[in-house]
Write a protein that binds this ligand. Structure first.
Ligand code: GLN
Length: 305
């Protein structure tokens, strides 16, 4: 069974009392200005129809959700061997911006969805694309069918002004030889990817290829069936950082969160989803957003497990 609009609305009504329990990300000052009571959900069915409820048409900062699409782009540009030499496939069990494992693991990040891994992927994109900032934005426009998407320059600049930790991660990887381009330039590319603004509707559509064996909503194959399964496997094990186990237990879908409060999720063969609520839990994942996905999965009787 697929959800209908009434079901999505009742899910949002049920989780709305949780608003106020989490905390909006404020380490990127521009993100702290987003109203904390926003709540939206969108579902794109395998047949391609999109429905939603709440603030599902309102754009927000996709932040780490961009890491899924940057990985997809890297998969299109590099061989499997080249790619997985630079970044691992294991859950980190640590916060998304942690440095600790990098020292022991010789500058090779645990997976592409923590900041260290995404910075390596951004470095790889920088090496093979002439305008990597623009190219990811174009990919997102193409996947979502929304030609008006933009990257928010104020958010990107705010991150750049507070980039000490991400810069430290990049320089540590550079010291091990696992970072090839100018750190400053790659950081700016990474921040510009994180600062793309999309709505739940846009993101549910962009994530559609993950539920449709690699074929996009526009009918194009950008990654193979096998690569799509690989992305979903990595999302299930590492998409929610040190909250990935809890998310698998409660929601049971491959997913990816961002500190803007968005989470995309997938039921392969059936639907792609996106929720948005800016207040985060201790792992940096949307508090009410996770609860909404949990409730929806329960009502639909859906889990990949
Ligand atoms: N741009 C954010 C950062 O680098 C992304 C983190 C996130 O969404 N988890 O800190």
């Amino acid at each position: 069974m697929l959800p209908d609009k009434a079901l999505l609305e009742s899910v949002l009504d049920e989780v709305r009392p949780l608003l106020g329990e989490g905390k909006v990300a404020d380490y990127i000052p521009a993100l702290a200005e987003v109203p904390s009571d926003k709540l939206g959900i969108a579902v794109c069915s395998a047949e391609g129809g999109v429905i939603g409820a709440g603030d599902w048409h309102e754009p927000f900062s996709i932040q780490s959700i961009s890491k899924v699409f940057a990985l997809m782009q890297a998969m299109m540009l590099y061989s499997e061997e080249e790619l997985w030499q630079r970044v691992g496939k294991e859950p980190s069990g640590n916060p998304f911006n942690s440095l600790v494992q990098l020292e022991f693991e010789k500058g090779v990040p645990r997976n592409p969805f923590i900041n260290a891994g995404a910075l390596v992927i951004s470095d790889m994109l920088e090496s093979r694309l002439s305008a990597p900032r623009q190219r990811l934005l174009e990919l997102m426009r193409d996947l979502s069918g929304n030609a008006h998407l933009i990257s928010d320059k104020v958010v990107a600049a705010s991150e750049y002004q507070h980039s000490a930790r991400n810069a430290a991660i990049a320089y540590l990887m550079k010291s091990f030889g696992n970072f090839h381009n100018d750190v400053d330039q790659v950081l700016q590319t990474y921040f510009s990817h994180c600062a793309i603004r999309m709505s739940c509707a846009d993101l549910a559509k962009a994530a559609y290829f993950l539920c449709n064996q690699g074929v996009t909503l526009g009918g194009r194959r950008l990654v193979s069936e096998r690569q799509t399964r690989q992305i979903n496997a990595l999302l299930a094990t590492s998409g929610l950082y040190d909250g990935a186990g809890e998310f698998a237990y409660r929601v049971g879908m491959p997913g990816k969160s961002g500190v803007g409060g968005g989470i995309i999720a997938v039921v392969p063969g059936e639907m792609s989803l996106c929720v948005w609520s800016p207040e985060l839990d201790d792992s940096g994942n949307s508090h009410a957003g996770t609860a909404a996905l949990e409730l929806l999965a329960k009502r639909l009787g859906r889990s990949i497990f």
